[in-house]
Design a protein around this ligand. Structure first.
Ligand code: MRU
Length: 361
């Protein structure tokens, strides 16, 4: 997508062919800052501290992180160490393990001398595949948006967290259909859940939509149910960090409550994902998916722009009040109207997914 008119991706190989450029997403929406990952530790830090975030981008960064690790040590031990360091960065998005497994499968059989070049090649392919998949998700989701369109009235879409291009290499997952609709001239308006505690909706999704000139309104997380009750939401689309083989969907904390409200109000609730977000080893999302617990300071504190233009962090809870910060929740498949994938839209069920990915049978 474009930033100030310039085509931009979230991750790229820098001109030296070694270091990896990223957008530091912790600085958005107030500052657009890019930085360079030069070694394995830089890549691991970028993922764990959420300079990069969003399931597909976490996978892409891990793939390049492995390249950076192999530059220092391309031995079997070096490969194993880089794999473990990167795998430990965040627990919930399965794209991380998927990308690392893919890289290891390609690189393990090679000799040390061939590994670095092959790693960069494969990481680049993973990024290109992500872009291609997300474009297809956009087209497949566009048909769903058109299906709820009434005359010239804008289609009101509610989304949670950030599953736009900043969460992937480009295009995004949940926002890919929104971008496709906007480009196709379908009138749309997006309700953007702020998504406490880190506010990925208010700071990242709103920024993306503003950059593209797409009508949107930021709402507090608790407003969605009310808007649905009053007929102001036609469709919900979210992303996911891990979808089980039975169609349970794990996504940013609060997604489940939106799915419940949508179900109660008869509003379609779709989840968009590329194939690598499916964890074929898991069936029961609630019992099996590891839910990241993040630092309590994300709840007790909040940051924003002060009147003097400084980014400041302030405390919102009384000193000493305990806080809890589960970062994801699981929406059971029964509450999901369908899964939008690069291969088409399917029911959120084992049979639905196998229909699109028959080799997994
Ligand atoms: O904690 P984050 O910001 O990495 O969480 C991101 C989300 O929950 C997204 O909705 C999900 O990764 C889908 S991204 C295309």
């Amino acid at each position: 997508m474009k930033v100030e008119g310039k085509p931009t991706r979230t991750i790229w190989l820098e001109e030296n062919g070694e270091s990896v450029g990223i957008i530091d997403q912790t600085q958005l929406p107030h500052r657009f800052v890019t930085c360079s990952l030069k070694n394995l530790q830089d890549a691991a830090h970028a993922i764990s501290e959420m300079l990069v975030r969003g399931a597909p981008l976490i996978g892409a960064t891990a793939a390049y992180g492995l390249c950076l690790g192999l530059r220092d040590d391309a031995s079997d031990q070096g490969l194993a160490t880089a794999y473990e360091v990167l795998l430990a960065t965040r627990p919930t998005a399965v794209n991380l393990r998927w990308a690392l497994d893919d890289m290891r499968t390609h690189l393990s059989p090679l000799g040390e001398g061939e590994r670095v070049a092959a790693a960069y090649l494969r990481a680049g392919e993973i990024c290109e595949a992500d872009v291609k998949a997300n474009r297809a998700i956009g087209e497949n989701g566009l048909a769903l948006i058109r299906a709820v369109q009434e005359g010239d009235k804008p289609v009101n879409i509610l989304t949670h967290c950030n599953a736009g291009w900043l969460a992937a290499v480009d295009w995004g997952t949940a926002l890919a259909p929104v971008f496709a609709a906007h480009k196709a001239g379908v009138p749309i308006h997006v309700w953007v859940d702020e998504t406490r505690p880190r506010n990925q909706g208010a700071s990242l999704t709103a920024w993306e939509l503003r950059e593209e000139g797409i009508p949107h309104t930021v709402i507090v997380d608790n407003a969605g149910g009310h808007l649905m009750q009053h007929g102001k939401v036609d469709l919900c689309i979210t992303g996911t960090d891990r979808t089980t083989a039975s169609g349970d969907v794990c996504n940013k904390i609060g997604t489940y409550l939106k799915a419940l409200a949508a179900f109660d109000n008869g509003i379609p609730f779709y989840v968009a994902l590329p194939g690598p977000t499916i964890d074929w080893t898991m069936v029961d999302g609630l019992a099996e998916i590891p839910i990241e617990e993040r630092e309590g300071t994300e709840v007790s504190h909040i940051s924003g722009l002060s009147a003097s233009g400084e980014v400041v962090r302030v405390q919102v809870t009384p000193e000493g009040s305990p806080v809890a910060n589960p970062a994801f929740d699981v929406t059971p498949a029964r509450l999901v109207s369908g899964l939008i994938t690069e291969r088409g839209v399917c029911p959120a069920s084992r049979e639905g997914l196998l229909g699109l990915y028959p080799s997994r049978r």
